[in-house]
Design a protein around this ligand. Structure first.
Ligand code: NAD
Length: 498
């Protein structure tokens, strides 16, 4: 059995906990490796390495740090095929999606290549007689990131790209379900010129996460995962005086107004609901057609599209999506489908019986469609995170604004319409963090920021862009006055004492 180890101080570390977690190939259902789970000891070792590394890394000028980012980008691009294959084999998403996963992360690295500009402070000349005020952004020291299984390349890069570029060292605790790509990224970061210890990777479960949250030398923690754990990480991390941003789950709605381009909107919804087997926090698992005529037409069009959807192994270039990540997750999604039936929603297409010839033990679920889902249903209120699309029929635009606004999650939402005024009103009023107008998956570009509202995010700073720079730095403001003439201490008075 292949062992996947930690990456500490530039070297592979087996760890001493004696605990492991199986890493599956979701296509076949077979265990392909086991990953070591860290105890407090390995976390302590990683922190000690990161503290050492940060002291010199922070002194490297921003332009030189940016050069490491440029080189890292080049290396990741050169290794794209290997990374995408590795990612697909552990996650199950199709190769094109894995490449997208790496690419979207690289866009944050591209942002980090411009870090000298982002770190320029502010300056006020003459804030008082002979007094100038300037501020600078300094790194925090050691920051840590805890990431989910569904974007094992992009989400780590959201975090460490910015954290390292501004002068921190970083400890990454990726998902134990697909741990190989994060390790490869850390190796490439070293090859790009980051000194050992600037990026350490620790695998693990709750024990490793708790050790990170409790360690006094870790100053900031970025988390992305499900909401209950996000909330726990936020409370425990902030109780220890850390900066914490914790992104949680989602249940994104796609609103379709009667005047929308229904053909295009349906295609967009299909891609956003079933792509990556629905395992995206910006997926659109709920469609809200406004008016009966729209709803009936959308249903017919969705049904026709489902007929043509190809589910296959992640290496099948013709497949639109592959298996879900684990047998346990497959069971959870299947249980939600049953719950939907029991709650009285209309199961139009049932993907539970789906079998792929030759891959009968793979974790596949066929596209599933529910109609007449009601807001009172648990299957509407909770995140399913699988290839399950729910139609919730609305009568008016007001109702369509209220549904996502009142939902416990507020990550993303999309509206499909040709009416600019309705779209503008919707975007202004909806109680959700990221809005798409005729854009089904409105993940903001790297130089803007990513973050939801309500139970989709705890803490108040978003991922990447300038919000990321703020999260990983602290501001120091200097108020300066220089005495005139020769240095004479007796002539110098601190301005505030005048
Ligand atoms: P998860 O919450 O199970 O795991 C996330 C991380 O927390 C992993 O590193 C895991 O090892 C760790 N963890 C698991 N159990 C823990 C515990 N009891 N205590 C402390 N740490 C624990 O999430 P997942 O299943 O890997 O990912 C899917 C979830 O992530 C979905 O809810 C999805 O919506 C969410 N997500 C959110 C965003 C966003 O930006 N809002 C992005 C991607 C995924």
């Amino acid at each position: 059995m292949r062992d996947i180890t930690h990456f500490i101080d530039g070297a592979s570390v087996a760890g001493t906990s004696g605990r492991y977690s199986d890493v599956f190939n979701p296509n076949t259902g077979e265990v392909q490796a086991r990953v070591a789970l860290a105890s407090e000891a390995e976390v302590g070792q990683a922190v000690a390495s990161a503290v050492r590394a940060q002291q010199t890394w922070a002194l490297v000028n921003p332009q030189r740090r940016a050069r490491v980012m440029f080189e890292f980008k080049r290396l990741v691009e050169a290794n794209m095929d290997q990374l995408a294959e590795m990612l697909s084999s552990e996650h199950g998403k199709v190769i094109a999606d894995s490449r997208g996963d790496v690419q979207r992360g690289l866009e944050v690295i591209e942002f980090a290549c411009g870090i000298p500009h982002a770190l320029k402070g502010e300056y006020t000349e003459g804030a008082g007689p002979g007094i100038d005020v300037y501020s600078m952004r300094q790194p925090l020291g050691v920051a840590a990131g805890i990431t989910p299984f569904n974007f094992p390349a992009m989400i780590p890069m959201w975090m460490f790209g910015v954290a390292i570029a501004v002068g921190n060292s970083f400890i990454l605790k990726p998902s134990e379900k697909d741990p190989s790509v994060p390790i490869r990224l850390a190796e490439l970061m070293m090859e790009a010129g980051a000194p050992k210890g600037v990026l350490n990777v620790i695998h693990g479960d709750k024990a490793a996460v708790d050790a990170i949250l409790d360690h006094p030398d870790i100053k900031a923690v970025s988390f992305v995962g499900s909401s209950d754990i996000a909330s726990y990480v936020y409370s425990r991390g902030t109780a220890h005086g850390k900066r914490v941003q914790a992104m949680g789950g989602a249940k994104n709605h796609g609103i379709i107004l009667p005047d929308a381009d229904l053909e295009q909107a349906t295609k967009d919804i299909i891609g956003a609901a079933y792509g990556s087997a629905g395992e995206r926090c910006m997926a659109l698992p709920v469609v809200v057609p406004v008016g009966k005529r729209t709803a009936d037409e959308v249903r017919e069009r969705v049904l026709a599209e489902i007929e043509t959807l190809k589910v296959g192994v992640s290496t099948d270039a013709a497949a639109q999506y592959g298996p879900v990540v684990s047998a346990a997750h497959k069971q959870k999604v299947s249980d939600y489908i049953q719950m939907g039936v029991d709650e009285g929603a209309e199961l139009v297409v049932d993907g539970r019986g789906f079998k792929l010839q030759g891959y009968e033990n793979g974790f596949f679920i066929g596209p599933t469609l529910f109609d007449n889902v009601k807001p009172s249903m648990k299957t509407y209120q909770e995140e399913i995170f699988g290839p399950v699309l729910q139609i919730v029929r609305a009568e008016t635009l007001e109702e369509a604004i209220a549904l996502p606004s009142e939902h416990q999650y507020g990550n993303g939402v999309a509206i499909f319409t040709r009416n600019g005024r309705a779209a503008r009103e919707f975007a202004a009023r909806v109680n959700v963090g990221m809005v798409g107008i005729n854009v089904p998956i409105p993940v903001p570009v790297a130089y803007h920021t990513f973050g939801g509202w309500k139970r989709s995010a705890f803490g108040d700073t978003n991922q990447h862009g300038m919000e990321g720079v703020k999260f990983y730095t602290k501001v120091k403001t200097v108020t300066a006055r220089w005495p005139e003439g020769a240095v004479d201490d007796s002539a110098f008075v601190i301005p505030t004492m005048q």
